[in-house]
Design a protein around this ligand. Structure first.
Ligand SMILES: [Zn+2]
Length: 231
């Protein structure tokens, strides 16, 4: 069974009650517009908090992006991320993090909070030293379509990732299958595909260790919902 730990769907109604798949939810840094957005989101979620459906499994994706132009500044992004981290901790859900050229900002925040929750760094592209620092937390790393490009940083990062902290994803690339990603992963790691498949299934149990209703048979895709205050 191949697990896709992070993927998106084009049509996102934002109606969490009607999603039948297992999903995560959060505000992506690309969708941040103003401080009022976070306030609005907080009010909305404080109301919904106790009514979130059973298939709401993780917070995110949320995070930091220093490369994208035209989005809010890093200080605001950090404030929003901090709020997501505390929320995830409060409801005992793992958090899925988008991090582009902001690894040291995230590290600093995690240290400051002495963060004890479970974290997935999706589409990870940090170097060995960053990886080592992030592994001091309960961190997992997932790799996606970027792996298919030859000799990229993501391939190097994958090789340095401990096998028990590893996942694969298709993210927003609907034309790429999770089978392709697993295949590429097993060839980069020089690992038997079946062994890799089994390992990722084990990782799923440890990733969702705080939730007792998750097994690989009911989670093949974890759908990521990008919320804005409009939905
Ligand atoms: Zn994504």
């Amino acid at each position: 069974m191949l697990i896709d730990i992070h993927k998106h769907k084009k049509s996102n109604s934002g109606n969490l009650e009607f999603i039948v798949e297992m999903f995560s939810v959060g505000i992506h840094p690309w969708d941040l517009n103003s401080l009022e957005d976070l306030e609005h989101f907080k009010i909305k979620f404080n109301q919904k908090k106790n009514q979130l459906p059973q298939n709401f499994l993780a917070v995110g994706e949320c995070g930091l992006d220093r490369r994208r132009v035209g989005i809010v500044n890093i200080a605001f992004q950090l404030e929003v991320l901090k709020w997501h981290l505390l929320w995830a901790l409060e409801i005992q859900r793992p958090i899925i993090i988008h991090c582009v050229r902001a690894e040291s900002d995230i590290l600093q925040l995690l240290k400051e909070l002495n963060y004890q929750g479970i974290i997935l760094f999706h589409d990870f592209a940090g170097n060995e030293q960053i990886l080592k620092n992030l592994l001091k937390f309960k961190s997992y790393f997932s790799y996606g379509p970027g792996l298919l490009k030859d000799s990229c940083q993501k391939q190097l990062s994958l090789k340095s990732t401990p096998l028990d902290r590893l996942f694969f994803e298709t993210d927003d690339q609907a034309d790429i299958s999770i089978e392709q990603i697993y295949q590429k992963g097993s060839s980069i790691l020089n690992l038997n595909p079946l062994e890799l498949e089994k390992q990722i299934q084990l990782n799923l149990f440890s990733f969702f260790r705080d939730l007792n209703n998750v097994s690989s048979s009911n989670l093949i895709n974890l759908l990521s919902m990008r919320l804005t205050t409009q939905n």
